[in-house]
Write a protein that binds this ligand. Sequence first.
Ligand code: ZN
Length: 490
Amino acid sequence: MKLIFKVPVFGLVIIFIFLAGFFTGKSNRSYQIDALSEKIKRSVTGTISDAMHIDGRKLVLMENPELVGQIMKGGSFGNDNFSIAAAQNMFSKDESAIEDIKEKTEVHKVSSNVWMIRMPIVNCTLIETSDGLVLVDTGMKPAGPALLSAIRSISNKPIHTIIYTHGHVDHCYGTWALIEAGEKPEIIAHKNLGKRFRRYIMLRESIAKYMSQPAIQLPNDSTDMVWPTVYFEDELTFEIGGIKFELKHYNGETDDQLFVWLPEKKIMISADYYQGFLPNAGNGKRVQRDVESWIGAIKAMAELKPDILIPSHGGVIDEPRIIQESLLVLNQALEYIFTQTIEGLNAGLRKDQIFQSVELPTHLKDHPLLEERYVTAKDISKMIIRQYTGWWDDIPSHWSPATLELQAKKIVELAGGTDKLVEFCRDLLKEDLALSSHFADWAYDCEPQNQKVQQLVLDIYRQRIMSDKSVTLEMLVYLDHMAMVRASMR
Ligand SMILES: [Zn+2]
């Protein structure tokens, strides 16, 4: 059964980049050297603390090996072409990543003149026309050479056109290898992709931090990316070598995303609108996702009634009935979360009351394609609230707050001192882990160097990672916090 065997690779990227430092890769020393040399070019405070962080993460995982298995539960090792070297070096031409991707890339024929190039982490699609090749997406930066060899194993025709489904690093950074090989394609993208590229340069260190990539590898100026040659706004229809292409833009995971529809072949190249689990529409570390528009994209894709769906992550689905069901339940789930959230806002509920009350009905909650693996329905609700309202969380004291450190100091005082608060927390965590974490945070903000407090924080967040209630992205936040605390203990 296709539904069972689909491998949701997307989330693995996140897991591996967080755990990679534990298994293999650069030494901490080389991270620090990278960071220091980077200092010459730009301010690197974030990079140095990130290096410490990676070090702390290694220690935490060595001391708590059970965390690895728990975090991995969100993904699967079942995808045997996964590459740790690639996941660690998504923005670079790192030789080991290049070689590993080359070794692991597979070519699958999907239909006449259409191939999926399945690389570690992400897929590209190649369409052969009488006027040359059309390529949808180019993978991450180290994937370029593998992509070129895969294309040449299929056809020697020139690359006529490349379509970027969106500007994420795993979708459009491999183009350089094709250009270096002498190809001169048109490159088509949504107009917001250019803005995204510029934002990546502006937020270089911040993006490196939230993506756990070495900042030195991120684009430093516009020559580090291959830019589109043609931009469009809502939709674009064209014909190349006798094959029709329809590109349709909807905001979703990004504001520059598009899907590619081949009307004569009834093939849908679905970008990241479809992910095979409750999608990453609630990622608290990333920029705004547009859930309302995402729902529109899913509906539009279903209405076209594809015979074949080629996702960017995971395997091809070639049974129309399964494609319809997959899109239908995804649409229902997102609509449900959206409606609940909007109703909560209009009812004047406090924001935390709104997302706390969102829960999918059982038939959706238990559906195998809607698993709350990386984010929860509540996280998606938080993202919707953020899109339609301001930054204020409805708590009056939070409009112009005292510093967290001052608040923490007074709470510790009120509790009768640090020892008392630690004791209180240790009792509380047996009843309510989430509730006890608030007090542990206050204890830590008040006295970050206190060893009892540090141990309390490590214990609480270890238990939160091990809790069945936690999903992967949340676990990684806890792991990061443990890493920071652990690094400061040495
Ligand atoms: Zn993607």
